[in-house]
Design a protein around this ligand. Sequence first.
Ligand code: AMP
Length: 219
Amino acid sequence: MRLVLLGPPGAGKGTQAKMLEGELGLPQIASGDLLRTAVRAKTPLGVEARRYMDKGALVPDELVIKLVEQRLQQADAVNGYILDGFPRTHKQAEALRQMLAGHGQAIDVVAALIVPNDEIVKRISGRRTCRNCGATYHLIFDPPRNMNVCDKCNGELYQREDDAEDTVRMRLQTYDTQTKPLLEYYEQAGLLRRIDGVGSLETVHQRLKTALAGVAQRA
Ligand code: AMP
């Protein structure tokens, strides 16, 4: 299955994608993770991308499209994937459609997590990320066993620069203007499922699984 998870930053896309990953046996492909890896490695693309990410702005389409296209060609993606954070603009959505059509493929379903902005700000300010493996926690909703230490790899937990409140508000504005119109785009394509993203991780996960049940898979 080729699944796209849409929703504002902090809607729970990453967490839900990780929960689905094991159940569906499909890799989570998160454009934000691909970019952060490039930033850490200080590749030319990473250095360029960082200028936008630190401000809460979108990285230029060409850079992200290239990065995701390379990732989709890897062996673990042949039977499908969970796309998290991509596409985020109309241009990216069209590029994705075309790159798949070139292989006789298409997106099977788009699940949009709907969460109000105030709830997002509350959630993101408590988010902590592992510097080593990228796992995410929430100080209140999903705390690590030991403060500032990753349960999975013992790496150090930190607050992403772009998770600071002002930057979050900026990212939400970017979402509203650039990404939200994709709901309409995918609705018209008959692919959209809207999911109420407010509630416990498990509640939202059940809603997501119900929405995905019976989705017809294409080639
Ligand atoms: P995320 O981890 O999905 O919240 O992404 C973190 C940051 O990476 C975003 O605020 C953007 O600056 C950048 N980013 C991630 N995915 C994309 C994308 N599809 N298009 C443009 N920028 C992106």
